[in-house]
Write a protein that binds this ligand. Structure first.
Ligand code: BGC
Length: 811
């Protein structure tokens, strides 16, 4: 069952009922000011950091769901309704929500009035704009009372939702004309404020929540809307809000447009005040002036569309397969931008209060984003590297506002260092900008410890090389990619962190997965060293990589698949002899991607085992059999009921690893079959089972052991976005940037007769036509570049600005 449809021409998903199985959201903003917006206009805004600079409030996990947002109430006689249905939930005569790239449009109609609420965050500005258009389609004049309403957050959302003894006394606002200024804590250490404005003087306002809603009122039945109107309240402490009342008379056929804004301003400290106690509003006034002309909103929308045209044009596919083109050309790339911006901080599942930017997460997000805005990827790599410790280990997370490592979780996740090589390698392959390796970057955020980025990569590699366990495999530390496999934790008390309890550096527990990573990204490191003509170091690194290949093939091989790990007692995890958890997906994907066992047959055997043991109709589960009881020696993974999360859920993130692995072996049919099983556009018609948005990936789909098999959770912020884009664009369609050229190496279903990819790379445009009349699954037999035959399948970089025609024939 579906709740809407894709409109590819407009690059929108159109939702046709407000009663989606869960709120289906969109992200507005892609620089500093962000808004999460649901299909009923729920959501919240923040500046840069969802925890430390929250602008509006949101209560997670409440009932009814999605209570706070960017609400507009319309009172038409006795009827009160919202264009997005929530929160009053008056049945609408017509409803539609279009989620586009960086904007959303909600349209509701009731009793002859159509209200269109268009929301966007303009390029280069720190505000959310809402344009409300009201049209009277009835035959009589309409007198409408219109109330925009937001609830303000007192900046630090953790404090805002817990420290009431203080924050019930701190809230402060100023009202000036059509604007409400939120200035809590501005009197002391904050030099920033937020403000809500309308492009016309309101007929009333409220800034105290209890005045607008009523002490025992609710957003579903605000006192001011259902009777009485706004009171002109000024918030002193308690809960500041911004609400206005606009009285509008609409003749038959008449329409009116109102613009509402929500802005964020930083003032230089010496320019904070206009006069004692009164905020200097010069910058806010300038912002309002920028959007005073009614044409400014359209211009902002046009600029947004133009920006996305440019971003998406870096990779465009024409395959003749509608669902595939839609994922590759629009939604997968869009989600990559969002994961790059948010890491795992703020969604409808991630509260934005907890983790900031993850070290491993952000490095992986780069893999799917780097082709869009390489300069921002560059900056991100340097920020991440600055949270690395001098010994090569790393803070597991950092806050985006401060860019400082997060002490609470600390370090000890032993896969983290190698992801830095992965992200930097992707950047180098995309851009050829070797100067990044010379950039001096702090260790541990300490400028006194700054060294060139190259040295950071060296220490990443060395950290793994020098932290090996009894079998010669890398020590796992607190956890590797799988945060829930906690082999050094032994947590027995409720409430303890699974990751940070127990010794972080067990001397025994080892990870086969990190062994695979060491080979995969160790090879990348060797290539980088060779490119820099550091031959002796490259040779030594190559020997370490070769040795690890052998170790993985001996200690890491179980007979029909790769083992997962050795626990703190040296017992196998993920082997046929285990009672439960006999086979895990991660080492199969990573080791085969790394090329381990490709020539000697283990790779093919491992992937066969995945197909036989882990495949389900909704995707590949993480392990089998699921753990049915808590196992002290394994930690959080066994805390989940079977079929959920890392305990045999379909963890979407590592499905594309299998796609890449299958492509490594040239299995085009299987690679694509795995790809399409979790690709949102292909499963749109089971939205009632899947429940999350049909235009983006979710972190997890309940596995076959779960009662809710097929139900997804944690949509949007997942490494799945980057990895699926990599798997489809580089492994299946086979257009892969390398250090010295663009490799054309498709691995596609035999029945696919060809496709065209337009790829912008290092300033030139490549139009790559792949001809598969032969019906092959892999292998390029001839390649021409601008009509001239090229040996092999590597295209050297063309002159920036040029357009290159490439013909690749498979066979
Ligand atoms: C984390 C990732 C981790 C994955 C698997 C996600 O929630 O953000 O860093 O790799 O779970 O445990």
């Amino acid at each position: 069952m579906q709740y809407g449809y894709f409109d590819d021409a407009r690059r929108e998903y159109v939702i046709t009922t407000p009663r989606t199985p869960l709120p289906w959201i969109n992200y507005l903003g892609s620089e500093a000011f962000f808004t999460l917006l649901s299909n009923t206009a729920g959501g919240y805004s923040f500046y840069k950091d969802a925890r430390l600079r929250r602008i509006t409030r949101y209560r997670y996990n409440a009932s009814p769901l999605d209570g706070e947002g960017f609400r507009v109430y319309i009172r038409d006689g006795e009827t009160v309704w919202n264009p997005g249905w929530q929160p009053v939930q008056t049945e609408l005569d017509r409803y539609q929500c279009r989620h586009g790239l960086g904007y959303s449009v909600l349209e509701g109609a009731k009793n002859g009035v159509t209200a269109t609420q268009e929301l966007l965050v303009p390029n280069g500005d720190d505000c959310l704009l809402t344009r409300l258009t009201l049209r009277n389609d009835s035959s009589g004049t309409k007198r409408l009372e219109v109330f925009p309403y937001i609830e303000i957050c007192l900046w630090d959302t953790m404090d805002d939702s817990s420290n009431f003894q203080r924050n019930f006394s701190t809230g402060e606002v100023e009202v000036c004309g059509a604007a409400v200024y939120h200035k809590t804590e501005y009197r002391e250490r904050r030099d920033h404020f937020a403000f809500f404005w309308a492009d016309r003087e309101p007929d009333g306002f409220d800034t105290a929540r209890e005045a607008f809603l009523g002490v025992y009122g609710s957003p579903a039945r605000p006192r001011a809307v259902f009777g009485g109107g706004c009171t002109g309240s000024i918030a002193h402490g308690w809960q500041p809000v911004a609400a206005q009342q606009h009285t509008l008379l609409l003749p038959p056929g008449g329409s009116v447009r109102l613009l509402f804004g929500l802005g964020y301003i930083e003032n230089p400290r010496e320019e904070k005040w206009e006069r004692p106690g009164v905020v200097n509003k010069t910058r806010a006034e300038a912002m309002m002036a920028r959007y005073a002309d009614p044409a400014a909103f359209d211009a902002a929308m046009d600029a947004l569309r133009a920006r996305w045209d440019g971003l998406l044009s870096a990779y465009q596919l024409c395959s003749g397969e509608e669902k595939l083109d839609r994922m590759v050309n629009i939604w997968n790339q869009y989600q990559c931008m969002v994961t790059f911006n948010m890491s795992r901080s703020a969604s409808y599942f991630e509260s934005g209060m907890g983790r900031g930017m993850g070290f491993r997460d952000s490095c992986q997000d780069l893999l799917g984003f780097v082709h869009m805005i390489p300069e921002r990827a560059r900056e991100r790599i340097l920020d991440i590297a600055a949270t690395q410790f001098p010994d090569g280990s790393a803070y597991h997370q950092y806050q985006p506002l401060t860019k400082k490592g997060n002490l609470a979780v600390g370090s000890g996740f032993n896969d983290d260092p190698l992801w830095l090589i992965a992200g930097t390698d992707a950047y180098l392959r995309e851009t050829g900008d070797w100067s990044i390796l010379d950039e001096r970057v702090d260790f541990d955020n300490d400028p006194a410890l700054a060294r060139p980025l190259l040295e950071h990569l060296r220490r990443s590699f060395d950290y793994t090389r020098t932290h090996l366990g009894p079998h010669g495999l890398p020590l796992i530390g607190r956890a590797d990619w799988n945060d829930c496999l906690n082999l050094n934790c032994f947590s027995e008390h409720p409430g303890e962190s699974f990751q940070t309890t127990g010794p972080s550096e067990g001397p025994v527990a080892e990870s086969v997965f990190i062994g695979g990573m060491f080979v995969q990204y160790g090879r990348a490191w060797v290539d980088i060293l060779r490119h820099l003509a550091l031959e002796a170091e490259a040779d030594a690194a190559q020997r370490d990589v070769d040795a690890m290949v052998q170790t993985v093939l001996s200690a890491g091989w179980d007979g029909a698949w790769f083992r997962r790990a050795y626990d703190a007692e040296g017992r196998v995890v993920g082997g046929a002899a285990c009672e439960e958890g006999q086979i895990f997906i991660e080492p199969q994907g990573m080791c085969v991607m790394a090329g381990i066992g490709v020539e000697t047959g283990e790779a093919a055997a491992a992937l066969k085992s995945v197909e036989e043991r882990l495949d389900t109709k909704y995707g590949i589960v993480l392990l089998q059999p699921a753990y049915t009881r808590y196992r002290l020696e394994l930690g959080e993974i066994s805390s989940y009921p079977p079929g959920y999360k890392e305990n045999a859920g379909i963890f979407c993130h590592n499905n594309p690893w299998i796609v890449c692995a299958e492509a490594e072996l040239g299995h085009g049919d299987r690679a694509f079959a795995v790809y399409r099983r979790t690709a949102p556009a292909y499963i749109e018609d089971i939205s009632d089972i899947h429940r999350t948005e049909p235009y983006v990936y979710s972190q997890m789909i309940a596995g076959r052991d779960a009662p809710s098999f097929g139900e997804a959770k944690n949509s949007w912020l997942t490494g799945t976005a980057a990895w699926t884009f990599l798997s489809i664009s580089q492994a299946i369609l086979g257009v892969k940037p390398e250090l010295d050229g663009l490799r054309i190496n498709p691995c596609i279903p035999g029945k696919c007769r060809g496709f065209t990819v337009t790829r912008r790379w290092r300033g030139a445009t490549y139009r790559i036509h792949v001809d598969n009349t032969a019906g092959a699954e892999h292998g390029v037999v001839s390649l021409t570049v601008d009509g001239a035959a090229v040996p092999g399948n590597l295209i050297p970089p063309a002159a920036p600005g040029s357009t290159v025609e490439v013909e690749a024939v498979m066979g």
